[in-house]
Design a protein around this ligand. Sequence first.
Ligand code: ZN
Length: 326
Amino acid sequence: MESSQHTLKESVSLSGIGLHSGYKVRLNIKPARANNGIRFKLIGRRQSMPALVDRVIDTSLATTIADKDMVFSTTEHILGALSGLGIDNATIELDAPEVPIMDGSAEEFVRRLQSANRKTQQSKRLFLKIIKEITYEEGDKKIRILPHNGLRLSCSIDFAHGSIQNQSYSIDISPKSFSTEIASARTFGFLDQVKQLQDSGYALGGSLDNAVVVDKNGVMNEEGLRFKDEFVRHKILDLLGDLSLLGYPLLGHVIAERSGHSQHFGLMKELAAHPECWQIVELNKTSKKGGMLRKKTASSTRKTGVHRRSFWSLPVSSATPSPATV
Ligand SMILES: [Zn+2]
């Protein structure tokens, strides 16, 4: 875990299609000053909005955030890429209200962000450190966070389909592990569901170029899977992206069983309601002891309320996500 904040050395630009809207979208990711956090804005407008959990308005098909007259949907993959690479401060500019889906994964975002290089900033990173286990449950879906010195994500899925079935995956997140093991895992859907969605005006930009599609015979994409457990790896990407809406990098072990965007949101809401389960901390410098490098440990200095990106600054009732359907 790095103790200083990071941004990009230079801006990156790319374009793609919005999965649900079908719009062609241009996207710029620009460097930002320390303590800016990740913000979204429309190209040509001055106003921007922070990518924070209290702005979530919908979690049904993807994670959508809104503020005043601004709405941005399908935020999770680009946020996962920024979080996975340890980029704390950046402005995401779009010319449409949906982040382009690219190939259904975060691979292209990661490739472009890595080519722009990271820049270390003077300010210290503040972390949201879990000090007491917290659980959120919704039917057979369950997600919890345990104290952990670092960020570990464990996901399991259970689909009654021969191509997916039970899959589980667990990973300590670092820029290296994220970019090699998680970033290229694509979103997925079942053919009959995709058809239903398109009939209802969603997934209009969806195709075998930007999702793994499964029918009764198996994976329809000619090139097959990128990992045999690509499905659960993609769940890790979604989880990481959604958790970045906390506004602080997380220190904890998240264990998610059959969960999706709605349960990720439920867990964050539960965290907001239980401040005794976490602290906002910064990392101490490493020191040598007995000839061995001691691990960095988080200080217990509580800084809640003094930091600009305070966790859940609006009343909980202002965020009203709808239940997950996928
Ligand atoms: Zn996803």
